[in-house]
Ligand binder design. Sequence first.
Ligand code: BG6
Length: 273
Amino acid sequence: MEYVELKTVNAYCKIAKFGATLVDWKVEEQPIIFVSPNAVFDGKKAIRGGIPVCFPSFGPWSYGAQHGFARTSNWQVVEDPTNGEDESVVVLRLEDTEETRKIWNFKFTLDYKIKISGKVLDLCLDLKNNGEEDISFTTALHTYFCVDDVEKASIAGLKGLQYLDKTLPDTPKLTEDREKVELAGWTDRVYLGSSEAVKITGLVDGGEVSLTSSNLPDTVVWNPWNEKAAAMGDLGAEAWPKFICVEAGACVDPIVVPGNQSWSSSHRMEYSK
Ligand code: BG6
């Protein structure tokens, strides 16, 4: 598998060209991103962990595989890593091909800019519709964070939001009333229209990360817990307590980009300890 690396004096980031999946982000040697010890790197299956890019669909997709084809496509590096002392940036690109047009007949350029600076990781996902017809899609940056123990991690900034609970029949819309969300079992929720920063505590070394976004209104919280993890060949029964997925996305209401128009989004993660 081919990778690109970003380096600054205090941070490091590694991205697989396959899926543009960020598989490592370290600040002062501290790993923040989880990759399953059983992840498969065969260039076919989506990498279990890191930050897979879900596009043109978040979740089940009527045109093809769950979470879309971006996470299982080979991306091009269109701007090489800048690797300065304080900041480093790379831009990867995915464009339609004969193969993508067979399942989803749209012409597009999807640019993904990844930047590290200090303790911050900035991710910008921009779509250009190169055709005449509207493009409609959902998306998510499906981040797996490394935690000491998922049961001891917490997520603040979701209180008062409505969420879809995908673990319950008919996916009801409920309201979050907790200041700090803690997980005690299989969790699969889409919080709608987050506006505040979302803060995760309980990272591996007692660190925290604060998340903000623009044009990615929803926040997904997911961990499959023991039984479901054991049934997933690329996860297994051991590793599930070591991560929590907190994803920024436009997961429910599709984004519509008219012909020859563009759409931009960004997601910032700031680490602190
Ligand atoms: C989450 C979804 O974002 O991704 C879950 O909300 C899903 O429903 C999970 O199970 C993992 O998906 P996949 O396709 O990578 O196994």
